[in-house]
Design a protein around this ligand. Structure first.
Ligand code: 4NP
Length: 150
């Protein structure tokens, strides 16, 4: 299974999701691949946010080598599962892929965990504590994905 995690900047939420999922794939000996991308261009080429790196590293997951890239419409064919971290991200995926695109492999990330079409809060504008909350939520959703599809 090829999974793509998508948020806005590809520096806060989706790098955590990529890093955690890769770690769990390794631990579960699964033949899956994971990548991440952002729907916006602001941070292309940048490493993950320092607080995203810090919370991952404190859980023994090193995401420092990741670099932000933009989501492109060709990603629709390249991945089996594309997870939007939030409603605005889902909307932007729709805009980028254009009218008539088959979005059957695109879903809200948290639909694997709880509720319907819930968003992972964007920690970008808030304090460091927000990154811990987001990390815990992403961790639980990644566990749910592993459990469901392995
Ligand atoms: P992310 O967070 O989508 O989780 O990477 C954001 C990062 C940067 C911005 C917005 C959200 N920004 O506006 O620059």
């Amino acid at each position: 299974m090829r999974i793509l995690m998508v948020c806005l900047g590809n520096i806060c939420r989706s790098p955590i999701a990529e890093g955690l999922m890769k770690d769990k794939i390794l631990k579960n000996k699964l033949d899956w691949t994971v990548d991440s991308a952002g729907t916006e261009s602001y941070h292309i080429g940048e490493a993950p946010h320092q607080f995203s790196q810090k919370i991952c590293l404190s859980n023994n997951v090193d995401i420092s080598m990741q670099r932000a890239r933009k989501f492109v419409k060709e990603d629709l064919q390249r991945f089996d599962k594309i997870y939007a971290m939030a409603g605005d991200v889902y909307q932007e995926i729709k805009n980028i892929t254009g009218k008539g695109a088959d979005l059957s492999n695109v879903d809200y990330f948290l639909n694997e965990l709880e509720g319907i079409n819930q968003s992972v809060p964007d920690p970008w504008y808030g304090p460091e504590a927000g990154y811990k909350q987001v990390y815990d939520l992403i961790d639980r959703a990644c566990d749910a994905i592993i459990k469901k599809y392995k």
